[in-house]
Every structure is written in C-alpha cells, then in structure tokens.
Design a protein around this ligand. Structure first.
Ligand SMILES: Nc1nc2c(c(=O)[nH]1)N[C@@H](CN(C=O)c1ccc(C(=O)N[C@@H](CCC(=O)O)C(=O)O)cc1)CN2
Length: 299
C-alpha cells in the first residue's frame, strides 16, 4: 500500500511558519500583511473557498479584507476595484476568485493586478518568471507551489533522473506545475486530452500529476509501481451508499486501486487542496516582506 501524503499536515506547517513570519514582520517594522480577496457572484463553492481564505488570513495575523461583488458587476467596475487595491499600501496581496461569472473576462482582470500583489501568481510577469526559471523574485501560483512541496516531501529538492507526467495544461495549474518540476530537474511530459495512448504515457511516470477535472479517470494500470501520484482533481459525485441525494468528493485518480500500486499518493480531500490556501498565505507574507524591503521567508 502506498504512503498517504498528508496535505492537511503539510498545510498546517506552512501556515504556522507564515504566522510566525507575519508576527516578526509586524514587530520589527510595523507592517501587517494585508490580503484582499475579491469574489463576484453567487457560486456557493467559490464563496466557501473565499471564506476559508479570509478566515485563514485572519488566523495568520493578516489584515484580511473581503470584497463580495454582485453577479451583475461589470468588467469596468471590477478592474476599478483592482486599481484601488493596487494603490492601497496596506494591501500586499490581491486575489480575484475564479471562475468569474460568464459575462466577465478573467484575463484582463488578472493583468490589471500589480505583479507584486498577484498572490495567485497568475499575472504574465509571474508566469513568465517561472517559465524562465526565476523562482525567487516573483510569486508562484498557489496550487502548483503546494503540490511541489508535497512532491519534495517524498523525493527531496532535486528530481534529477525522474520522469514526471502532468495531465492537464491549464494556466492555473498544469503549465506552472510542469515548469516547477522542470526547474527541479525532472524530465517532464505535459499530457492532455489530445495525447495519444495517455495510459502508456502515464505508466512511464515516476511522478504522476493528475489535473484533468474528470472523476477517477486515472486507473491503477496507468500507475507505474512505486510512483508518486499527486491528485489535483476535486470532483463531487453521487454517493448512494451514504444515502439518497448524498455526494462525496473524489479526485481525478481512482484512489483505492491506485494506492495498491503507487509508492505514495495524495488523497482527495486532504491532499493538494489544503495546500492551495496555505501557499496563498505564504505568497502574501512574501509580498509584504518585499514591500517592506525585508528578505522574505522561503517555503
Ligand atoms: N483565484 C483562484 N481561484 C481558484 C483557485 C485559486 O487557486 N485561485 N483554485 C480553485 C479553488 N480553490 C481555491 O480558490 C480551492 C479548492 C480546493 C481547496 C481545498 O482545500 N479542498 C479540500 C476539499 C474542500 C471541500 O470539502 O470542498 C481538499 O481537497 O481537501 C482549497 C481551495 C479554483 N479557483
């Protein structure tokens, strides 16, 4: 049976380090890290994530501000709010929760965030820094940064000689994850919906990262014996065994059967998910240190 990688515990360690760094920064230079979280519309899952982020920011000792905008907010109004937050010296991190309602275009909104305050790491300046191998002066996208911490728990910092396969090529996760694995010297394959014989490609992976958004698509015969499996999927499926109308969360990997083959595996829930919010806190405390002219902590 595979080792179960405990994302909750890893996230708690990151949050403890962030809280300590935030406390020291405030004590030394009087700067309290400030995080502004912006949400548009009424999507219940997005509201739950945003509430968790605001709550966690408070727990870390940050100045935590939430802007909940109505569904009918215009592109102009949203970008105006971002401009105000860019200009606010008490705010070091700005996050716009995704997805936005259909009438809004996320790309210009993300580009309107100052790269130094882009704690989601989605601005082209931050994405470009990862692409050029600069992992120390920008801000790294939270879910891939968190997934990398879990990979490094198993394999250490240097992934030389290891084959990594990332299934999924989104800007939010797949692309930066591939680049972070590459920066750690893994030999990286980016796989996606058009990849020929995906199962065979995956069987070659020492580190298999699934971010496809399809419940339990990755089967045990896709997993190389002893491989590390990182499951980024969060899919809600019917759970008739729990009672009528009940649901449960599952990942993109058929967990029970994959755990029989893998060397280490992240569960869903409790794997990569909790790392996302922890790394958001880490990025905010890093941004606050830089704004105060102090050397940021490393996570
Ligand atoms: N602006 C952003 N939008 C979105 C991001 C993001 O990083 N930035 N990521 C996702 C949603 N997300 C954070 O926003 C997120 C998803 C899941 C979790 C998490 O902890 N999941 C738990 C299960 C939670 C549950 O029970 O529902 C787990 O996997 O254990 C945290 C954050 C899309 N939007």
């Amino acid at each position: 049976m595979a080792l179960v990688i405990d994302g909750k515990q890893a996230a708690a360690s990151v949050v403890a380090a962030v809280t300590e760094a935030a406390g020291k920064l405030e004590a030394e230079v009087g700067v309290k890290p400030g995080l502004a979280v912006v949400i548009v519309g009424n999507d219940p899952a997005s509201h739950a994530y945003v509430n968790s982020k605001s709550k966690m920011a408070k727990q870390c000792g940050f100045n935590s501000i939430q802007h909940s905008l109505p569904e009918e907010t215009t592109q102009e109004e949203l970008e105006k709010l971002v401009a105000e937050l860019n200009a606010d010296p008490a705010i070091h991190g700005i996050l716009v929760q995704l997805p936005l309602p259909k009438h809004l275009n996320a790309e210009p909104v993300i580009l309107s965030i100052s790269p130094e305050k882009d704690v989601d790491g989605l601005h082209v300046v931050n994405a470009g820094k990862i692409a050029t191998g600069d992992l120390s002066t920008g801000l790294i996208s939270c879910t891939p940064a968190g997934a990398m911490l879990l990979v490094k728990q198993i394999h250490g910092d240097d992934l030389s000689g290891l084959n990594a396969v990332v299934i999924g090529r989104s800007n939010l996760f797949g692309k930066p994850m591939g680049l972070l694995l590459l920066a750690a010297n893994a030999t990286v394959t980016m796989a996606h919906s058009r990849t020929k014989d995906l199962a065979a490609v995956c069987r070659n992976a020492d580190i298999l990262v699934a971010a496809v958004g399809r419940a339990q698509m990755v089967k045990s015969d896709w997993v190389k014996p002893g491989a590390t499996v990182i499951d980024v999927g969060i899919n809600r499926v019917d759970a008739p065994d729990k009672g009528e109308g009940k649901t449960r969360l599952v990942g993109d990997v058929a967990y029970a059967e994959a755990a029989e083959v893998a060397g280490a595996i992240t569960p869903v829930p409790g794997g990569v998910g909790p790392m996302t919010i922890a790394m958001l806190m880490a990025n905010t405390v890093i941004a606050a240190h830089r704004a105060a002219g102090k050397t940021p902590p490393k996570f």
